[in-house]
Design a binder for this molecule. Structure first.
Ligand code: F6R
Length: 348
């Protein structure tokens, strides 16, 4: 597979995952306009925190909001809300399809607890629930994989919180221009020699990526890279965060070079880390060299917090799709998830 051959790419990617990435800036622009139209029957300023409930590619939106907003946001993944959920919290239920059972169950849990709710979806059962219960719904365009719709799910909420003065300062025009600049550098028509995500994919072909971020900073990016590699490239990938990994996982590298022949570490940097965590990464580089562990570094694009975090997620999305192409798999279908869901339906 040659990443610079557009015919080969089209053949391997009939559902257009690459096209979704190449048009991500348009998706984000459209999503900001969707955000401008949101009218809620309550004031966001009145809430103590937002609880975002969702799964997979929809839940990551909660992690991103938590990283990016000045307002407290927690993400919930599962059938029930945490014990601490209260009516002073705003519940935001996100499900691209609108049919994910865990998310629908957590939404019902929140309604039972008297929480004000906001839903975001393309439709499905979530839309019917919202119209029956008069719950506010932000409707986003259908026709993509949830994980290829991060712009549609994130930007309306960023805009909403920004309008309420709870997002710090987001310069949307600049952010959108910067994202467009990233597409110009990373899109599928840019040859590998000048295309950083393609180069990283070449370096990781045939390897099991182990992705390290940092608590409070690149954690969300590391987790997103891992899940995108799983779903797009159909292969294992692992992740962890500093400083916790220095208290357990680090010891695994004692025998790592014998047992992890195909393992390759990548540490994420964006210039926003605590000095202590920067130092930890430098020391780990020394340990990797001493123990014969293959590793690399991945740096975020330049810009403010929003460009760096969203940009590094976007970079990882490209990386995972290019890795899928090198693995000679179609990045879009998630056969094993569908298989799992149908088994669950039969048994449950
Ligand atoms: C598929 C994907 C999955 C889904 C998850 C929840 O592209 O990313 O992780 O996001 O199965 O489904 P939704 O998002 O429809 O609630």
């Amino acid at each position: 597979m040659n990443l610079d051959n557009s015919e080969q790419i089209e053949e391997m990617d009939p559902q257009g995952m690459v096209e979704d990435l190449d048009t991500f800036p348009d998706q984000c622009r459209e999503a900001v306009s969707i955000g401008e139209e949101i009218r809620l029957p309550f004031d966001l300023e009145k809430f103590d925190r937002a609880l975002v409930t969702g799964m997979g590619g929809s839940a990551i939106v909660g992690d991103l909001l938590s990283r990016l907003l000045d307002f407290p946001v927690e993400t919930n993944r599962g059938y029930h809300l945490p014990k601490t959920a209260r009516p002073d919290d705003l519940l935001i239920a996100v499900s691209y399809s609108g049919n994910t059972e865990e998310t629908l169950s957590a939404l019902r849990d929140g309604q039972r607890r008297g929480m004000r709710s906001l839903c975001l979806s393309t439709g499905g059962k979530m839309e019917s629930y919202c119209s029956r219960r008069s719950v506010s719904l932000v409707k986003i365009p259908t026709g993509h994989q949830p994980r290829a719709s991060t712009g549609y799910m994130l930007f309306p909420l960023l805009k909403l919180f920004d309008e309420a003065g709870l997002a710090g300062t987001i310069d949307f025009p600049r952010l959108l221009d910067e994202i467009e600049g990233m597409t110009d550098s990373w899109n599928s028509s840019v040859p590998t020699e000048r295309n950083e995500p393609k180069k990283l994919a070449e370096a990781f072909a045939g390897k099991v990526p182990i992705i390290y971020g940092t608590k409070g900073n690149t954690r969300v990016v590391a987790y997103r890279w891992k899940t995108q590699i799983n779903e797009n490239a159909k292969q294992p990938a692992f992740w962890n965060v500093f400083p916790e990994l220095n208290h357990n996982e680090t010891v695994g590298y004692q025998l790592g070079s014998e047992l992890m022949d195909n393992g390759k570490v990548v540490m994420l940097k964006n210039g926003l880390d605590l000095e202590k965590n920067e130092l930890r990464m430098e020391i780990m580089e020394d340990i990797f060299r001493d123990e014969g562990i293959d590793y690399g570094l991945a740096r975020a694009p330049k810009g403010d917090k929003f460009s760096k975090v969203i940009g590094q997620v976007y970079f990882g999305d490209y990386f995972s799709v290019y890795l899928a192409l090198l693995n000679e798999v179609d990045p879009s279908p998630v056969k094993l998830i569908e298989n799992f869901k149908s088994r669950l339906k039969k048994k449950g």
